[in-house]
Design a protein around this ligand. Structure first.
Ligand code: FES
Length: 314
């Protein structure tokens, strides 16, 4: 687990927003104000057998509650299924203080927001923040249909005509190449399934869109299909110590074994809590958190590896 504040919060509202997305309102039983958060933040929620990350999408000015949306993942690890079956009013859940790896990078440029399915949660929080300060933004929301688009009414009421919906059942699919071509000079924020972010990244490469203006968040770790881990060496820069990372162990495990303590939470590369800096090395990034620019200096040791020798800034 991370060393963040963990609170016991009570479910005070539980309602389906689509047939497979459950909205939960969480309050502290005694304290009137929860820790502050900004658009793009998520919390860790403890469920039997593990920890799950959920983006906050409510109003950050309302410190009395957190709002999350839980998609039932039939092929997941069971956490979302458990919440769908057990999270009713009165249930108490252990929830971390918010963390933000996907924050708005200033508001000097127009912002183009792109969400796929449940990826709307952090993107909607961004839209709300941008709308509150009168910033220039558009939101492109992709889903199979209106009935399967979580929070659609809330998104419409905040975004108005700045929202464009792309419902595949109606034959409307977002053309990411066309969108990028129209978005020169904008900051681009994307959250959705791997297929969506992969399509955006292909278009970014093809069109030379500046990677420093691309920000993304996945809600699942990249597939491990076909990846064959290999052993490598990790050097701790401050001490010069060399640690061997065998093929069957993670860098995080080896750091812990050697008392180089790292906080962690998800251990599947989606929460960002184990992040560390490196000075040099041929890193194989396998997380779903870091953007392209950040990957030049940071890695997630729970999933990412290296070829040859990696020098860690520890
Ligand atoms: S522990 Fe979550 S990214 Fe490493």
């Amino acid at each position: 687990m991370s060393d963040r504040l963990i609170m016991k919060l009570r479910v005070v509202g539980a309602k389906l927003t689509t047939p497979d997305v459950l909205v939960l309102d969480l309050r502290h039983p005694k304290r009137p104000a929860l820790p502050a958060w900004t658009a793009g933040a998520h919390v860790d929620v403890m469920v039997p057998g593990g920890v799950r990350q959920y983006s906050l999408w409510g109003d950050p000015e309302d410190r009395s509650r957190y709002r999350i949306a839980v998609k039932r993942e039939t092929a997941g690890r069971g956490g979302s299924k458990w919440l769908h079956e057990h999270a009713t009013e009165g249930l108490e859940l252990h929830v971390s203080a918010p963390r933000n790896h996907f924050d708005l990078d200033g508001q000097v440029r127009p912002c183009v927001l792109v969400a796929g399915g449940i990826g709307i949660t952090p993107i909607f929080a961004m839209a709300r923040a941008l709308a509150a300060v009168g910033a220039d933004f558009t939101l492109h929301y992709c889903a199979r249909s209106a009935a399967e688009a979580p929070l659609l009414d809330d998104v419409r009421s905040v975004c108005g005509d700045r929202l464009t919906t792309w419902f595949s059942q109606e034959g409307r699919r977002l053309d990411v190449n066309a969108l990028l071509a129209q978005s020169a000079g904008a900051e681009l924020y994307v959250c959705g399934p791997l297929g969506l972010t992969a399509a955006v990244e292909t278009a970014i490469d093809a069109q030379g869109f500046p990677v420093e203006r691309y920000h993304r968040e996945h809600f699942a770790a990249p597939s491990g299909a076909g990846f064959v881990p290999e052993a490598f060496e990790a050097i701790i820069a401050s001490t010069g110590r060399t640690l061997h990372v065998p093929a069957h162990r993670t860098l995080l495990e080896v750091l812990r074994d050697n008392h180089v303590v790292r906080g962690s939470s998800c251990e599947i590369g989606v929460c960002g809590s184990c992040e560390c800096d490196y000075l040099s090395g041929d890193v194989i990034h396998r997380d779903a958190v870091l953007g392209l620019k950040a990957r030049g200096a940071r890695l997630m040791p729970c999933v990412s590896r290296a070829r040859g020798v990696l020098i860690l800034n520890l």
